[in-house]
Write a protein that binds this ligand. Structure first.
Ligand SMILES: NC(=O)c1ccc[n+]([C@@H]2O[C@H](COP(=O)([O-])OP(=O)(O)OC[C@H]3O[C@@H](n4cnc5c(N)ncnc54)[C@H](OP(=O)(O)O)[C@@H]3O)[C@@H](O)[C@H]2O)c1
Length: 318
């Protein structure tokens, strides 16, 4: 993406928006504008940028090549069409468009080519959920090697996944009050996060029938989502073979014991503890992964999509 591309960041004062602006600065993008709601309009950010109110008129006025949205689902539904009307390409990090037909749902290392479909059509690419992104980075190479038959997982998700205010609440909370939480909307006996992970992973991997069962858990950690993942494959795949496959996978780094702390502020999905699943009936492996939910789980993935859209030849996906 040309370093002079005119980029809007909507949700710039939030947990994801703050990281987005930092990554843009670090990568030399000189032309970013910060947007948020009326509440933060006029606020000066650390880098000196002054927050503009994300009104439909401001977004439809033109002057933006690309807009990165991280402002929540209902605000995205309202505002994204105005940015498109103004001529911008959009990467939206909410769940507003993820499962809609015509809107590619993209993890560049997994299905980057799908992003291009939006350029001449909807002009909007959806960024997946912060647990789906690292999961698919690991599942795709395993699928290519041995065929996925079934996936089960349990997550350990940091509070920053629920936004900046939730981080402040954890920091103010006495340690002996910390607890696990299931702070998502319930959809029957599942959390919406559990059904999102299944539906989004199926769409990204293009495996619409893949059996996936998830238990999502919020843990009292500021940054970094982790997951235990049980994978059954069609063909035999030993832990050593899986390690070799994952060692060569883009965006994935093998470590002995992945942890949120080790993953924080890094761009990689950390994977380790790869071993046989001793409860599997067929070919089964267990592994553990960790990823910075604000970086690869959100801001970085969206920026990599943006780089694909605006300048495929210079895209930074490894
Ligand atoms: N946190 C994660 O790990 C993660 C990962 C993937 C995707 N996401 C998605 O990214 C989005 C933001 O998450 P977050 O964690 O950054 O939340 P957050 O910390 O609560 O920040 C929300 C941001 O959206 C802005 N905003 C709220 N309503 C708005 C409106 N009507 N118009 C314009 N701006 C508005 C807020 O601005 P004010 O300062 O004006 O309130 C703030 O900048 C959500 O859709 C979330 O699902 C988050």
């Amino acid at each position: 993406m040309s370093r002079s591309a005119r980029i809007g960041v909507v949700g710039a004062t939030g947990a994801v928006g703050t990281v987005t602006l930092r990554l843009l600065r670090e990568r030399g993008y000189e032309n970013a504008r910060a947007f948020a709601s009326k509440r933060s309009a006029g606020k000066q950010l650390e880098d000196g940028a002054v927050v503009e109110e994300a009104t439909p008129g401001a977004l439809a006025a033109g002057g933006l090549d690309l807009v990165l949205f991280s402002c929540g689902t209902s605000a995205s539904r309202e505002l994204v069409p105005h940015a498109v009307e103004g001529g911008a390409l959009v990467v939206d990090k909410s769940s507003a468009y993820r499962l809609e037909d015509g809107y590619p749902l993209v993890v560049p290392e997994v299905n980057g080519d799908r992003a291009f479909e939006a350029i001449e059509t909807t002009r909007v690419v959806a960024n997946p959920n912060c647990s789906t992104i690292p999961l698919t980075c690991v599942l795709k190479p395993l699928h290519d090697a041995a065929g996925l038959r079934r996936v089960r997982l349990s997550t350990y998700q940091a509070v920053s996944g629920a936004g900046a205010r939730r981080m402040e609440r954890l920091q103010a909370e006495p340690v002996d009050e910390h607890d696990l939480e299931f702070d998502w909307t319930w959809e029957g006996d599942e959390t919406e996060e559990e059904s999102k992970i299944r539906a989004e992973a199926r769409k990204i991997l293009e495996l619409p029938e893949l059996p996936i069962s998830a238990t999502t858990v919020r843990v009292p950690i500021l940054v970094g989502h982790a997951q235990s993942v049980w994978v059954e494959t069609e063909e035999p795949l030993s832990p050593e073979q899986a390690e070799a496959v994952l060692a060569g996978a883009d965006g994935v780094r093998l470590v002995e014991t992945p942890s949120p702390r080790e993953a924080a502020q890094t761009e990689d999905v950390l994977v380790g503890r790869i071993r046989p699943d001793r409860a599997a009936e067929g070919n089964g492996l267990v592994l553990f992964l960790a990823c910075d939910n604000l970086v690869k789980g959100a801001a970085l993935n969206a920026l990599q999509i943006a780089e694909l859209l605006l300048e495929p030849a210079r895209a930074t996906v490894r």
